[in-house]
Design a binder for this molecule. Structure first.
Ligand code: SAM
Length: 243
């Protein structure tokens, strides 16, 4: 590095992730629709349903990026509730903040730049935490899960929406081939950045499968953990509670 220190792998990953999302922030939403062929909207709707948010609740959308979920939560928690849109990346949060303002959500939302591995909130703050397509990008996932558990209220729930492992081997192969062949090309075309979308495809390959992630949630201290496969396991929604 410039400073003569040797970089350890987690620093490399963190910098890479920061570079990826800074590079794509402005066109993130368009790209999301393109690479998921619109399916991320349905997956997010299912996450919202399972979250069971009620008026007056406090919700944290971690790694919330451009605010898709936070906008919806803002309507559900109403005047007396509160939503925190939190992300490590200032460029993503800027887009998210503008979208929240445009959607008329500024009265009950707050934007916060945080690292999910060490959340700067008090213990027992939130009724619900969501993290959609975010955990994969966090280097120390165990630390992040423990940190989320700490800031959840007793009885509160965590929902993790993330790419996972297709249950069918042929689908897994086809999806892997599709993502490596198509996403970098789309990235090049739309944001002039093939590398970020190559990273995206690679990060999905590396991410723990359904049972491993459930085990990690158990180890972090979550109770009644379960998961729901979506799109044949291409994506999974994990849920766990704090007791
Ligand atoms: N949740 C949004 C959605 O579903 O559209 C955005 C998902 S985007 C693929 C992943 C987000 O994770 C990026 O905005 C990135 O900045 C954020 N992120 C990566 N590492 C993080 C960390 N350590 N703490 C908090 N956010 C992080």
């Amino acid at each position: 590095t410039h400073f003569g220190y040797q970089q350890v792998p987690w620093q490399e990953k963190q910098q890479k992730v920061a570079g990826v999302f800074r590079s794509v922030a402005g066109k993130y939403d368009v790209m999301n629709d393109l690479i998921s062929m619109g399916s991320h909207r349905i997956l997010k709707r299912m996450t919202i349903e399972l979250a069971g948010i009620r008026p007056g609740q406090k919700v944290l959308d971690l790694a919330g990026g451009t605010g898709d979920l936070a906008i919806k939560f803002s309507r559900l928690v109403g005047e007396t509730g509160q939503v925190v849109l939190a992300d490590i990346n200032d460029a993503m949060l800027e887009v998210g903040r503008d979208r929240l303002i445009d959607a008329g959500c500024s009265h009950n939302t707050q934007v916060s730049q945080v690292n999910g591995e060490c959340l700067p909130f008090e213990d027992n703050t939130f009724h619900c935490i969501t993290i959609a397509f975010g955990l994969r990008n966090i280097t120390d996932k165990d630390a992040a899960l423990r940190s989320m558990l700490r800031v959840l209220k007793p009885g509160g729930r965590l929902l993790v929406l993330e790419f996972s492992t297709p249950t069918n081997k042929a689908l897994a192969k086809a999806y892997d081939a599709y993502s490596f062949a198509v996403w970098p090309r789309l990235g090049k075309l739309i944001v002039n950045d093939a590398e970020s979308y190559q990273y995206l495809a690679e990060s999905i390959r590396m991410h723990p499968d359904q049972d491993t992630l459930q085990g990690m949630m158990n180890d972090a201290g979550f109770a009644r953990t379960e998961y729901f496969n979506m799109l044949g396991g291409i994506v999974a929604l994990h849920r766990g509670f704090k007791f």
